[in-house]
Design a protein around this ligand. Structure first.
Ligand code: FES
Length: 146
């Protein structure tokens, strides 16, 4: 049953600050849901505004749609996300972001060692061959052998 508060795809896009094509994409990805009227027009519950806000925030902190989909998979696509749901989702993402910061900091430190070097040596460059991964696969020209 259509409610007065239901939104067209254009209204949902405008109020969310995303393109209409993004709304369609999110729906195709199962991140939001809508339905068709008897006249075959797409309609969305206002709850989708909050879901799109969650998606936009996640993207702004560098999370992939795959990671967003994983987090939202605990909630049916038509479900309204509460403040408590958002706290739970964002808490999980905090750990992911902390780990990325740790890895990027490590990469930055390794890059600092490479600046001015230019060797790109398989034997000693931590960026070109992190933890000598090729050496752990055995002797010889591993890139050539594999
Ligand atoms: S470029 Fe020489 S150690 Fe990375």
């Amino acid at each position: 049953m259509i409610k007065n508060s239901d939104l067209t795809v254009g209204e949902l896009a405008a109020r969310s600050g995303v393109a209409v094509s993004a709304v369609h994409y999110y729906e195709a990805q199962g991140l939001i849901s809508g339905w068709r009227t008897a006249a075959n027009h797409r309609r969305y519950d206002r709850a989708m505004l909050r879901r799109i806000a969650v998606i936009k925030v996640a993207q702004s902190v560098g999370l992939s749609l795959s990671e967003i989909r994983q987090a939202l998979s605990d909630f049916p696509a038509e479900a309204k996300l509460s403040a408590k749901d958002w706290r739970r989702i964002s808490k999980g993402w905090r750990d992911v972001i902390d780990e990325r910061i740790r890895l990027l900091t490590l990469l930055k430190e390794q890059l600092d060692g490479c600046i001015g070097c230019g060797c790109l040596s398989l034997g000693k460059c931590p960026l070109y061959n992190p933890d000598d991964q090729l050496g752990q696969k055995g002797p010889g020209a591993r890139r050539w052998i594999e």
